[in-house]
Design a protein around this ligand. Structure first.
Ligand code: TXA
Ligand code: MG
Length: 358
């Protein structure tokens, strides 16, 4: 693999100021950053990612330096260029969870560029917890607009090398190497722009229950109350590998395996199995043993999330024709992982570019 074009905070700062793109490390995934007040710079993000212009970006902002100072006033000053109105509940969320893996959607202020918000009246903001990116943001003083640093519809990168392999034709893209990402999946997104309780737009490692416990704030979440996974809409296919990905339940794994192998008798299939559980090796599975590689995976949702995109990238190098992953338990702790797996499975396979995704 080509060595990433690694950059120091100094180099990244110069590039951002000069209107260039820089891949930035965060605690969730790597972002593809540009000066959020420079429309030509932001435009390059869309071009490099191949992302439609109406898909809004997250503006990343610094956090106050001195934890003990009047933090509320400092947060208000940091946010004032971006949002017209900060509801009381949002300020409480910020005090508890920023810097961290939580994105808040606010009413935007007039000066925020349309290319950042996709022309919407709202803007998504978060203060990431990674020390290198915090240093960059503090020295820059402005906001950095950044989506995940993957090509449109593909798996988000969780290391500097992953960013490089997403954009092999752009060896000059600067990458600020902050090591592997701590959380491994994208931030939780809450809409705080409307009346009433914050609404969950994307599950992440900060769950509604954690928010309720820490702040007393109720979050409106459709994904928990809906009986079926959300299967409609245009944003379903994200985070997709090239290799076809199937979610299976323990009792029903044989049928999809048999179907695939009947079409492709030589297929090599990766079958992930919970490390604590033994998959029942029926006669059918024994008959397919030359086709199957069993890979144990953790039953801890936090570790699973941290490893997920790394694992999908490793299994997506062309050595397998199918990846089978067990359906995660239907509990809130698994919501973020289940969401990513469902999208990955929907958009997976060689022809997945037809699907709409981020
Ligand atoms: O963890 C993360 O959030 C990473 C790191 C780099 O910060 N970023 C990330 O960005 O995942 P991206 O662009 O891949 O996903 C951002 C999501 C998109 O689904 C977008 O539609 C949504 O945020 N979003 C952005 N602005 C919005 C807005 N004004 N209203 C509603 N959703 C918005
Ligand atoms: Mg993304």
């Amino acid at each position: 693999m080509v060595e990433p074009n690694l950059s120091s905070v100094n180099g990244a700062l110069h590039a951002i100021r000069a209107g260039k793109l820089v891949a930035i490390p965060t605690e969730t995934v790597y972002g593809l950053g540009a000066d959020a007040s420079n429309s030509e710079a932001v435009q390059q993000i869309y071009e490099l990612k191949g992302r439609p212009a109406d898909h809004p970006l997250i503006v990343h902002v610094q956090s106050p330096l001195d934890e003990n100072k009047t933090r509320e006033e400092e947060w208000l000053a940091i946010l004032s260029p971006w949002t017209r109105h900060i509801p009381e509940s949002a300020l409480i969320l910020i005090k508890h969870f920023w810097p961290g893996p939580l994105t808040l959607v606010f009413e935007k202020s007039k000066s925020v560029l349309d290319c950042v918000t996709g022309g919407q009246a709202t803007v998504a903001i978060r203060s990431p917890a990674h020390p290198l990116t915090q240093e960059l943001l503090r020295r820059f003083g402005g906001g950095i607009a950044a989506p995940s640093a993957n090509r449109y519809g593909r798996i988000s990168p969780t290391s500097a090398g992953d960013v490089q392999s997403e954009f092999p034709n752009h060896p000059d893209l600067l990458i600020l190497d902050g090591g592997p990402c701590e959380h491994g999946i994208e931030s939780t997104i809450l809409d705080v722009s409307g009346e009433g309780s914050p609404k969950l737009l994307r599950p992440g490692s900060i769950s509604p229950t954690m928010i309720k416990k820490a702040t007393g704030i109720d979050v409106v979440s459709n994904s928990r109350t809906a009986k079926q996974p959300r299967v409609s809409g245009t944003h379903l296919a994200h985070y997709a590998p090239h290799t076809a990905l199937y979610l299976y339940s323990q009792s029903e794994i044989e049928l999809p395996l048999a179907q695939l192998i009947s079409q492709l008798p030589k297929a090599q299939l990766a079958v992930l199995v919970w490390e604590q559980e033994h998959i029942h090796h029926s006669e059918v599975l024994k008959a397919y043993r030359n086709n199957l590689t069993f890979i144990p995976i953790t039953m801890d949702p936090i570790s699973f999330a941290r490893q997920l995109y790394r694992l999908l990238r490793d299994l997506d190098q062309g050595q397998y024709q199918g990846i089978f992953i067990p359906n995660p338990p239907n509990t809130e702790a698994w919501d973020a992982v289940r969401d990513r797996l469902q999208r990955a499975s929907f958009g997976s396979g060689p022809s997945s570019n037809n699907h709409v995704s981020n």
